[in-house]
Design a protein around this ligand. Structure first.
Ligand SMILES: Cc1ncc(COP(=O)(O)O)c(C=O)c1O
Length: 388
């Protein structure tokens, strides 16, 4: 590999760029996870996470990836054979379905075309038709990282309420929390699933569940086997700032710092920044003459944009060229989108000039790869960003 000067552009939709402040916090000497300094750290982190999830309820932190947090949401609340309503919004929704099936749950998977979010009317119809209340949970991916389409969680909640159905609402906020407005309590979510490597600006390694009182109640009778993922032991030890097993101490040091940064900027400003960068990116993609994968403007993701390649041109060849020439990583197409799309991550620790550099790299790459496109995407984005 040739030496690459300057800094790498990590513009995949997670893991995201980890700020220097967070890296320094993680780089501190590891502390005793049963001592008083750690207890203060953990209590700080739990309080900060409650503000980010917008919940007064419990937050559970695992040393895990997001997939572990998915598994935890299911095994703590459900029993073998329970029915779960899920929606094919994209690759990650299908993976969550696979986890549920492997655990012995019965999934009603509503088909989708990977170009939009969940239709709340379908949620209402499915629950309305479930007269003997067999469906125990509705599981929603808030921001489909494989497509760049969001689902309107609050509208899904209202659809569940209109149907008068008691199912638990579970939401994957893995690529939305701390990037896109999200309200666990206000939207009546029972389990929110998240992890560290996206909007929270950390490396991978922490999985999160925010848990409602109703979900806690369900956990008392849920019969899926669980040990590592059991909420109960966590909830017993966490209030004093401790864990039932060794926590990821240094990542938690990083999390305390990233939470401080989010509160210094202010969550509303963080969300507005993501919306603005997403709009600038879409203007660039449209000016290039490329199609945006998400077809419903009301569901455009503030965290990433997925661009469709012209027929016959390989998105992965373009990504490879951009990586080799400009030292920038863009997101690959996942599942059936492999080779057909590339994903531009604009979430986490990010600013106007980082976006400008990202779009410059793409525009130069499109030229060098001889992809049929119109120049001017960068200019369209800069005009938007520099508009008073
Ligand atoms: C929306 C969503 N859900 C779940 C996952 C899986 O998380 P992990 O790869 O950390 O297990 C991802 C990963 O990117 C994701 O974007």
């Amino acid at each position: 590999m040739r030496y690459a000067s300057g800094r790498h552009f990590l513009q995949i939709p997670g893991p995201t760029n980890v700020p220097e402040r967070v890296l320094r916090a993680i780089g501190q000497a590891t502390i005793d996870h049963r001592g008083p300094e750690f207890s203060r750290l953990a209590i700080d982190v739990f309080q900060g996470l409650q503000k980010v999830f917008k919940t007064g309820g419990a937050v559970v932190i695992y040393p895990s990836s997001g997939t572990g947090a998915w598994e935890a949401s299911l095994v703590n609340t459900l029993s073998p054979g329970d029915k779960v309503l899920m929606f094919e919004t994209g690759y990650f929704a299908a993976l969550w379905r696979d986890v549920a099936r492997k655990l012995g749950l019965e999934v009603d998977f509503v088909p989708g075309d990977w170009r939009r979010g969940i239709d709340p009317a379908v949620v209402e119809a499915k629950l309305g038709a479930d007269r003997d209340r067999q469906i125990r949970a509705v599981a929603v991916v808030h921001n489909e990282t494989s497509t760049g389409a969001t689902s309107r969680v609050h509208d899904v909640r209202k659809a569940i309420d209109r149907a008068g159905h008691p199912a638990l609402l579970m939401v994957d906020t893995i690529s939305s929390l701390a990037s896109i407005d999200y309200r666990h309590d206000e939207w009546g979510v029972d389990v929110t699933v998240c992890c560290s490597q996206k909007g929270l600006m950390l490396p991978p390694g922490l999985g999160l569940n925010a848990v409602s009182a109703k979900a806690l109640e369900a956990s008392k009778t849920a019969r899926l086997p669980r040990a590592y993922w059991d909420w109960q032991a966590m909830l017993r030890d966490n209030p004093a700032g401790f864990f039932p097993y060794t926590p990821a101490t240094n990542l938690l040091c990083g999390l305390r710092e990233s939470l401080r940064m989010l509160f210094e900027e202010g969550l509303d400003r963080v969300f507005a920044r993501h919306l603005r960068h997403a709009e600038a990116t879409r203007r660039a993609v449209r000016a290039w003459g490329l199609e945006i994968l998400c077809q419903n403007p009301a569901e455009y993701s503030p965290a990433l944009t997925t661009a469709v390649m012209p027929e016959g041109y390989d998105a992965d060849a373009l990504r490879k060229l951009i990586l080799e020439k400009f030292d920038m990583s863009l997101g690959t197409g996942l599942g059936k989108l492999k080779g057909k799309v590339f994903r531009i991550g604009h979430m986490g620790d990010f600013n106007d000039l980082m976006l400008a550099g990202t779009l410059c790299g793409i525009e130069m790459g499109l030229s060098l790869a001889d992809v049929p496109f119109a120049k001017g995407g960068v200019t369209a984005a800069l005009d938007f960003l520099s508009d008073r």
